[in-house]
Design a protein around this ligand. Structure first.
Ligand code: C5P
Length: 217
């Protein structure tokens, strides 16, 4: 069985940064599952589909073509067109959480995610990696932090990328997204029973990485 390390948790807990470093250190593949929902919402908006119309969103989910390249600076192509810039925007995170709440969309996108399980191993980052997509994964982590700390981290990341940001707005959006992600009926954000619980509020990325590497060793 190809080993899988799942890292689930709310927005801004540091999953992306930590997962990329761990995947690199282990020489494993990396799945940023959020980018799939993000890309789907971009595809819907490009085609002027109402995100609150599940039937139309489901049709798009069944037809999107995605290509991922690179480890650190992820390059994403949607139906052959580069969407790497748009995919990282806060507005895209919000629209992603709307399409991600549609059960049929989640079922359609399961195979795309499971296809990432390739030798020698996979680090999978998301909300339901350990509870649904890779239920039998050997190693599971639930990484979280307080909403304020997560918002501050997101704010810094955006400013660093030269993207205009407003901290209060980010806190409100993160809380709204947390609510949508934890309260939805299908595959809500939750800690897998056998996952290691890590609160990164007072930990540096390096400390979190060390704890996870120790855990899987
Ligand atoms: O992880 P990221 O912030 O890119 O995810 C954006 C949104 O996509 C999340 O707020 C969540 O609604 C959705 N998502 C999900 N399941 C995943 C990954 C992301 O529902 N495995």
């Amino acid at each position: 069985m190809i080993p899988v390390l799942t890292i689930d948790g709310p927005s801004g807990a540091g999953k992306g940064t930590v997962s990329r470093v761990i995947a690199k250190q282990l020489g494993w593949h990396y799945l940023d599952s959020g980018s799939i929902y993000r890309a789907l919402s971009i595809a819907c908006l490009q085609q002027k589909i109402d995100l609150n119309n599940p039937k139309e969103v489901i049709k798009i989910a069944a037809t999107i073509q995605l290509e991922f390249k690179g480890d650190n600076e992820l390059k994403v192509k949607l139906n052959g067109i580069d969407i790497s810039k748009q995919i990282g925007l806060e507005t895209t995170a919000n629209t992603a959480s709307i399409v991600a709440a549609i059960p049929e969309v989640r079922t359609i996108l399961l195979q795309k995610q499971r296809a990432f399980q390739q030798p020698p191993g996979l680090v999978a980052d998301g909300r339901d990696m350990g509870t649904v997509v890779f239920l039998t994964a050997e190693h599971k982590v639930y990484l979280t932090a307080s909403a304020e700390i997560r918002a501050k981290r997101r704010y810094k990341q955006l400013i660093k990328k030269g993207i205009d940001a407003n901290l209060t707005k980010i806190i409100n959006e993160i809380q709204a997204r947390d609510k949508r992600d934890t309260e939805r009926k299908t595959a809500p954000l939750a800690k897998a029973t056998n996952a290691l619980y890590l609160d990164s509020s007072d930990l540096s990325a390096t400390q979190v990485i060390e704890k996870i590497l120790n855990f899987i060793r």
